[in-house]
Design a protein around this ligand. Sequence first.
Ligand SMILES: [Zn+2]
Length: 322
Amino acid sequence: MSGATGTQRAAGPRIRPHVGLRAGVDIGATKTLVVLRDDADGLLAEAETATPARRGGDAIMDTAAELVRGVLAEVGANPAALTGVGVGAAGVISAGGMVTAAGDSFSGWVGTKIDLELSRRLDRVPVRSENDVTAFLRAELGELGADRPRHALAVAVGTGVGGALLVDGRLLRGGGAGAGEIGHIGDFGDEPCSCGRRGHLEAYAGGRALTRRYAAATSRQWSAERVASSALGGDPVAMAVFERAGRCLGMAIGQATGLLGIDLAILGGGVVRSWQLLERPLLEALRQHPLVSGRSVAIRLSELGERAVALGAVALVSPAPD
Ligand SMILES: [Zn+2]
């Protein structure tokens, strides 16, 4: 995707003031998506555009702020009406909202103080940020309500592969290395990873990896989605690329859940939409790594779709975040 592709949902006319007006921002390597909610009406508006990932932290913050102002304008409000803005952002995000590590889809993103910079652009409204997959997991837990588990591993397979952890009822943030970064574990072969090393899960299962691995075998530079539809049509090279992705995901999930005693994995992200291609090799590999307790790891697919990270980011600035 390239260029600004604003898609906005219109809101009806309204007279009463918004109570608890909050925005959630999902900053991914490909797109930035914003949702606007309030306590009375839930989701009021949303908008998305391409993330200027190569143009540095200032451009990324400008784009996010502009989207937030846009959805506010749709409902006749301005930043002063917001009680908070939550951000789920790609990369390792420190407790104070600074990007401390990021994949090579971004340039000039490391070092960006998201909370400070976005607040400054939005009339000093309070901003809190966290890793995008942690926000994704927060949203998924909110969906589960009373059935909320005490332990879960979230894996988001999009451009890259990210992860987040819920252990003993708490979302783990981790130290400087970031908790749950499952995309950069494993030793699955010699494929180059976005972190500069080789053989990691992301180098086999991320969308960019699927494109690269398919192109290496066929010279066709196709998106992961297109490789998926070709696999469904019986293309053996495309099928093999997804088979390997599924197997690597199953092995990495098995190891991560085994280490932490987790028996639920929640999967989301664009690549997981091709679940029918991933399911068999993933489950086969997972069965080869049973938990020592004998319990099996249940797999749940996200039902929140593209909005999951932004909705989790809203929950981060709700009155009682997890
Ligand atoms: Zn890596």
